[in-house]
Design a protein around this ligand. Structure first.
Ligand SMILES: [Zn+2]
Length: 308
């Protein structure tokens, strides 16, 4: 059965009323999988330690966030008020992405039911991202003796600016960002490969642009592991995305990523990434496509008649 990583804290920390962050979607997604008897095994992460954070982030930035002494202006850029609960949630979800790497290396695939904090840079965060779980997880993967190169495939509608800047000088972490060219963040430092798409790009054009790019990245860089950010804010109805990809297009994208990695026998750790609707429940079927695609590729015989 497919390993999935989840902790109740993901949907349980205080944010102001009316905040954009889709707080309940993590719990709703997990309940959807369990209530409908999907063939998944739940794993619960531990918090990441500060020493691991300081391997990629500025130690002063890490200490300021851990102690709550971070300047207000920096928290405003992140988009949350500082609280110990927020910090614990963040550390737990970072541990979740590294656990997802461990599980993917053991089983070939694993999915984290949150994650994708790609706007976090060396010494500042942004766009709801405190620390960069994707780079932390890549760093974690590289500690395995047989992992020399990690490819981060970032399909969130927003550019992976923090991931790009944190890995700019490295050749052991390759970054591919597929994003809307006219969307947050305004400054987009170069990823290894950037695929900017115009506003309104539909499913057909999206897949036509992305799939050859993915195949080229796999062939050219021959990574030992893929970390996949499967943001669904590329959907036409997303409130923070300006692309026009439909539900079926998201399903095809996720299936294509797993199929390509399975073809090359490259383990994949996937995170659900962004997805923004006032009604969080509407995001669940979109994020569930990632889980469905992984089951279809890696555990096709585990579906049974009780699944929805
Ligand atoms: Zn996003």
């Amino acid at each position: 059965m497919l390993p999935v990583v989840y902790h109740p804290i993901y949907s349980d920390f205080p944010i102001p009323d009316g905040h954009r962050y889709p707080l309940s979607k993590y719990r709703l997604l997990k309940e959807h999988l369990i209530d409908n008897n999907w063939p998944v095994v739940e794993h619960r992460p531990e918090r990441l330690e500060s020493a691991q954070l300081k391997a990629i982030h500025d130690p002063e930035y890490v200490d300021a966030l851990l102690s709550g002494t971070i300047p207000l202006v920096k928290m405003r850029r992140i988009g949350f008020p500082w609280s110990d609960a927020l910090l614990q949630r963040s550390l737990t979800s970072l541990g979740g992405t590294t656990l997802t790497v461990d599980l993917a290396l053991a089983h070939g695939v694993a999915i984290h039911l949150t994650g994708g904090y790609h706007h976090s840079h060396y010494d500042f965060g942004g766009g709801f991202c405190l620390f960069n779980d994707l780079v932390l997880a890549a760093q974690h993967a590289l500690a395995y003796p047989h992992i020399d190169k990690v490819l981060i495939v970032d399909c969130d509608v927003h550019h992976g600016d923090g991931t790009a800047s944190l890995t700019a000088e490295r050749d052991d972490i390759i970054t591919l960002s597929v994003h809307c060219e006219k969307n947050f963040p305004s400054r987009k430092p170069d990823s290894t490969i950037d695929l900017p798409l115009p506003i309104g790009t539909d499913s057909e054009s999206y897949l036509h642009a992305f799939l050859p790019c993915l195949k080229l990245a796999l062939a050219q860089h021959q990574p030992d592991m893929v970390i996949y950010d499967a943001g669904v804010d590329i959907h036409i109805d997303d409130e923070l995305g300006y692309l026009s990809v439909c539900h079926e297009g998201i399903a095809k994208r996720d299936a294509a990523v797993f199929d390509a990695c399975a073809d090359h026998q490259i383990p994949v750790a996937a995170v659900i990434g962004g997805g923004y609707r006032t009604d969080h429940a509407q995001l669940v079927p979109l994020h569930a496509e990632l889980v469905r695609a992984a089951i279809n590729t890696y555990y096709p015989t585990t579906w049974n008649e009780t699944n929805e």
